[in-house]
Design a protein around this ligand. Structure first.
Ligand SMILES: [Zn+2]
Ligand SMILES: [Zn+2]
Length: 141
């Protein structure tokens, strides 16, 4: 047993700094779009979550990694009953450096344009706010 690790009671304290909630709350988890370029095949496979019994990776014990496209961040689901995950900076399989989370910048930019009681502006509910893609992706032409 590792020193200082006794039972499961302290799990809420583990990784307190890097442990985050799936946000924005208005946007439920969804698999990454085809636009996402992953570091390696194993990461790609891990992100292609599909399970007959669970609608999202936070409910499924088999889910190893989640990707949040809005914040451009990767994490390991905590499976504590909520939609929380621990941010990771490198791929567990190929060790590639993963993108820096844009979570803090997202909050700064939303705060700058919307008040506390305002709904989150639409472009902040997709990757559009950081990619500059105003169409939201699909454009018929
Ligand atoms: Zn499952
Ligand atoms: Zn990788």
């Amino acid at each position: 047993m590792l020193p200082g690790v006794k039972g499961m009671g302290m799990s809420a304290d583990l990784f307190r700094e890097r442990r985050v909630l799936w946000m924005p709350l208005e946007v439920p988890w969804q698999p990454p779009t085809a636009a996402l370029r992953v570091c390696c095949e194993t990461m790609g496979a891990a992100l292609r979550f599909s399970c007959d019994q669970h609608a999202d990776p936070f409910e499924c014990a088999d889910a190893l990694i989640v990707y949040n496209e809005i914040f451009d961040e990767y994490g390991i689901p905590v499976h504590d009953g909520g939609a929380t995950y621990v941010l990771i900076a490198h791929c567990p399989w190929c060790a590639a450096k993963l993108p820096e989370s844009q979570r803090d910048r997202w909050f700064d930019e939303v705060d700058a344009v919307a008040g506390d009681d305002d709904p989150t502006p639409k472009r902040f509910l997709s990757a559009a706010w950081r990619t500059g893609d105003q169409t939201g992706g699909a454009q018929s032409e």
